[in-house]
Design a protein around this ligand. Sequence first.
Ligand SMILES: Cc1cc2nc3c(=O)[nH]c(=O)nc-3n(C[C@H](O)[C@H](O)[C@H](O)COP(=O)(O)O)c2cc1C
Length: 171
Amino acid sequence: MDFLTLAKERFSVRSFQSKPVEQEKIDLILKAAQLAPTAVNYQPQMIYLLKSEEALDKISALAPTYEAPMVFLICADENRTWKSKMEPGYSTGEMDATIVTTHMMLEAWELGIGSVWVRLFDSRKVANAFNLQENIKPICLLPIGYAAENCVPYAPWHNVYRPIEDFTITL
Ligand SMILES: Cc1cc2nc3c(=O)[nH]c(=O)nc-3n(C[C@H](O)[C@H](O)[C@H](O)COP(=O)(O)O)c2cc1C
C-alpha cells in the first residue's frame, strides 16, 4: 500500500476480536519501532508488551483499552533522551516516543492489525502500577488486535480534514 493510501485508510479501532496477534506480526511492529527516527538516534523508547491477564487488568483499570488482546505501553527513558543545553529541562523524550508509536500504528495497519492511540490516563498511576523506575515516563498506549467484524470509524467526521491552506503559512 502506498503511504498516503495507508494514512487515509487507517482509522482508530476501538472494538477488537479476542484472537491474539501472531508473534511474527508483533515482531514486525517492533521492527517499525526500532526503525523510527529519534533525536541524535538516542532511541530512548521503552516499550512494555502487556499481554498477561494481570497486566491487561491493571492497565484497563487506569485507561481505556477497549478489551484489546494486547496493549503496548510506550515510554521514554529520560536517562537516554536528548536534552537541550539552550533550554534547561527540555528533552525530546515525548517526541521520540510519539514518532515510535506512529511507526507502530501505521505498520500494524499495513499488517491488517487495528490499533488506537490512547493518552487518557494519569501517567503517575501507570508508572506506579508497573513499578516503573523514575526515569521511565509513560507516554502513550497502543491497544492492538484484529478489528471486530463490524468495526468502522467511530466519528462521522473521521474523513473531514482542514484544508491545507488552513494550517500552513508560507513566509
Ligand atoms: C495524542 C493522541 C491521543 C489520543 N488519545 C485517545 C484516547 O485516550 N482514547 C481514544 O479512544 N482515542 C484517542 N486518540 C485517538 C483519536 O481520537 C483519533 O486518532 C482521532 O479522533 C482521529 O480518528 P482516526 O484515528 O479514526 O482517524 C488519541 C490520538 C492521539 C493522536
